[in-house]
Design a protein around this ligand. Structure first.
Ligand code: HEM
Length: 154
């Protein structure tokens, strides 16, 4: 049960990992903080994050069909958006597996998702305008009807 207990600083974690195409991907998955990941931003030591997973792509730089420049621009940071924007093939996604070195520390993940939360607030403002406008229209129609009725009765 307590397989995934993280150490507070470097957070080494034991984990039974996924199998890919029947091949078990043997690993000692570790958790890294964004601070630690940021240090691996050189061409001879390149890490990137994609979907909260950390990849050491140093030996892949020269092989990348999209060139090493684009990868180096993302070095030490989160490349999820750029990776998804390109629309990488399933083959590309499967290739990722061989460069996996760990995952982003849970605490750093929650910071990211907290950033995304404010996106819900504009919805709240639009929800009250969505009933206010019909209510105003109904009131105006009501007033017009009253005038019309009182005109007919006099
Ligand atoms: C380790 C992560 C990555 C892997 C394994 C990978 C793999 C690949 C592969 C196999 C292709 C050939 C097309 C395909 O099969 O989809 C490709 C193309 C490409 N990749 Fe990546 N990629 C990675 C990360 C990135 C990132 C982070 C970016 C952008 C910042 C990027 C930008 C591109 C571009 C622009 C192409 C198109 C090249 C072309 O069509 O001329 N890739 N990548």
């Amino acid at each position: 049960m307590n397989k995934n207990v993280s150490n507070a600083s470097t957070g080494a974690v034991d984990s039974t990992n996924v199998e890919e195409n029947g091949r078990p991907v043997e690993s000692d998955v570790k958790y890294f903080t964004l601070e630690e990941i940021k240090e691996h931003n050189m061409s001879n030591d390149t890490w990137i994050v994609i979907h909260d997973k950390v990849y050491d792509i140093t030996r892949f730089l020269e092989e990348h069909p999209g060139g090493e420049e684009v990868l180096l621009e993302q070095a030490g940071g989160d490349a999820t958006e750029s990776f998804e924007d390109v629309g990488h093939s399933t083959d590309a996604r499967e290739m990722l597996q061989q460069y996996l070195v760990g995952e982003v520390h849970m605490e750093d993940r929650s910071k990211d998702s907290a950033k995304k939360e404010p996106q819900t607030s504009p919805k709240e403002t639009s929800s009250w305008t969505s009933w206010l406008i019909p209510a105003l229209i109904a009131t105006i129609v009501g007033i017009i009807c009253r005038y019309y009725m009182s005109d007919r009765s006099s």
